[in-house]
Design a protein around this ligand. Sequence first.
Ligand SMILES: Cc1cc2nc3c(=O)[nH]c(=O)nc-3n(C[C@H](O)[C@H](O)[C@H](O)COP(=O)(O)O)c2cc1C
Length: 378
Amino acid sequence: MRIITLAEILSLAEYKIRPVITKLPPSIVTNIYSPARKAFIKLLTREIRSRTYIPPESESRILWGIRFNSGIFNAAGMFKHGEGYYTAASQGAGAYLAGTSTGAYRRGNERKGVIHPFMPYPRSGSASNWMGLPNEGHVSLAKKLSKIEKAEGCPLGVSVSDSPELPEMEAMKELVNGMGFFKSANVDFIELNESCPNIPQDKPKNNIGLDENLLNRLEYIGRNFIKRTGANPPVIVKLSNDTDMQLLPALLDVLTGLGFGGVNFGNTSTEYGNYASNINVDEKRLFDYFTTIFGGGLSGRLLKRRSYELSSFAASYIENHPPLNEFYIIRTGGIESLEDIRQSDEAGIALNQWFTGYFENFAKHGHSLYKHLFSKHN
Ligand SMILES: Cc1cc2nc3c(=O)[nH]c(=O)nc-3n(C[C@H](O)[C@H](O)[C@H](O)COP(=O)(O)O)c2cc1C
């Protein structure tokens, strides 16, 4: 018989008492969940499944010459400090993604006495966060990742971002330097986070509607990292789930032309008006409070349709415009079941990442969440 762990007990208990906690005043709910979420990750990542679960062989895939035991793993931001590789690998994750990391240490956001504000909307399968990319910096994270003994089929990825407060050229140099540290740390793939809604950003547009600063950064990375390293490790770009669909062809042409390895749709949404109606009536006051006081990004089930629309469009565009290099579509947003993964498979989406859905599944199935996910496998 398997022994139930402390993280599993606490997660299940939280799942059961949520309906009561989320009835409290919104400021109290966010005051409870913001620190509790971080404390829970600390606990979770200290636990390792006693028998490593390996998904069925038919779930495995080889992308960029790297074996992934399945097409689902954690989204960026879950293991910000490079913790939890062995937890994820033993659970049966298809890969592991650390970060997001920036050049220098960042404390992250604080307002109204709440550090790294977070609000769950459990009845809606969704959440809000306004973290502001807290992290310890590339050097410290790369050092930790370099010590990981990787398990077969669970490749090691890292999410990176430039430092939003630095002048553009300095920020790009620092970013490419950092990517070099991660290459030396033996990471298998790099995800460039170009979509954090919780840090300062300016968005001048050029005549094809793409953000000019984004294009400059992509070109710089293409020239100074991808070309120099021969796209090893591959670099994928994570964009927002709010990305305008009409920009996709131009964006995909730019990414494939510069030798990027893929694109991820995507990050959290700030289109509150589009999603307010997806929030359960009992959670509307939590949603209104958080989006008014903190703003932040929306995650979870409410993004399911949008992440599918963007990723499936991108997959069919790439199928019809085959690039010279290997280029894959990754889907993030609202993934919570095998049905979601099958929907991605059918659309030609190569990989899926989950964050909000991961914790929902952990509450119900504990460290066996991937085993349970694939138990309906056929
Ligand atoms: C608390 C929290 C922290 C996050 N931190 C990051 C981050 O550091 N980098 C990043 O690219 N995305 C970050 N995200 C976004 C997730 O990676 C993911 O794109 C988003 O939550 C949508 O996926 P989901 O619907 O499965 O939650 C964060 C999300 C949450 C909820």
